[in-house]
Ligand binder design. Sequence first.
Ligand code: NDP
Length: 323
Amino acid sequence: MTKAIRIHTNGGPDVMRWEDVPTPEPGPGEALIRHGAVGLNYIDVYFRTGLYKSALPTTIGMEGAGTVLTVGDGVTTVKPGDRVAYAGGPLGAYATERVIAADRLVILPDAIDFTTAAAMMLQGMTAQYLLRRTYKVSAGETIVVHAAAGGVGLILCQWAKHLGVTVIGVVSTEEKAELARAHGAAHVIVGHANLPAEVKRITGGTMVPVVYDSVGKDTFMTSLDCLAPLGMMVSYGNASGAVPPVDISILSAKGSLFLTRPTLATYTTKRDDLERVTADLFSVVASGAVKIRVNQTFPLAEAAAAHIALEARQTTGSTVLVP
Ligand code: NDP
């Protein structure tokens, strides 16, 4: 038997149950891994509440790092004893042991421990594809990053600065503003009420070529007003709720804007892409350009407390669940 956090119904943090489950057997192409650490991500909240749908009961969680125990037929990319990590579907990370397709696993460099790996895979790969592919930032540009002191946010700030980009971060408290500044944000705005005016002041009226907006409902319109003509609105999350349907004529009215709603899954479906994105991430972490901040850890059995903190905006940087 193994232990897992399972949900039998959608709802608040109290629907998460710490249960015994049979240890799964790896089928062809799969590996059984023992988690050393599990990553906490906002997407776990969406699956728990039902904003994102899954069959029930289920074990939530999309990110982990650990040791390969056994592999199924045909697996050549990993072997028992390998230190590995992954991020993305299918669900099932909130468990001491799990089975996953071996081609979703990457071998960890020796210098990256399980806690760091579980903290950085999903949020770090997201920062990579947002900055390097969705809108490929260039040195000298100024960009807006929402939730700049959060998990994805702190990585985005550091990585963008490393690329020569000026970050205008948006956060909810002065304490978070300090943290975002310490991680590379050149300007930090507390609250988004006056964001377009602040962006106008900082850019001398030019506005920005891209906004990375993970907040969703509360900030969507404000973010559009920060963009220069032909700018790119990257709406990649819903921490405040899903963005309601959009009348696309607003994009023409505000200057022939581009709008995308990207997901990490799309950007890493192909094995080549997964390898390229993780190699880039491992390299900025190894060089020290991006530091992974594990600012909270919780026992995996107490994942409910971690969800409460995340939804109450009490966390900063990354959070790891310890099996
Ligand atoms: P964060 O650590 O960023 O936590 C969420 C933050 O959002 C909060 O700390 C808070 O920062 C901000 N926020 C704003 N409004 C609210 C609200 N009403 N309720 C709660 N939080 C709010 O989480 P993650 O780093 O795990 O994820 C960040 C976002 O990126 C999420 O929306 C997630 O879904 C998205 N994401 C998307 C991916 C994709 O591929 N599309 C992949 C990974 C993450 P503050 O207090 O400063 O406002």
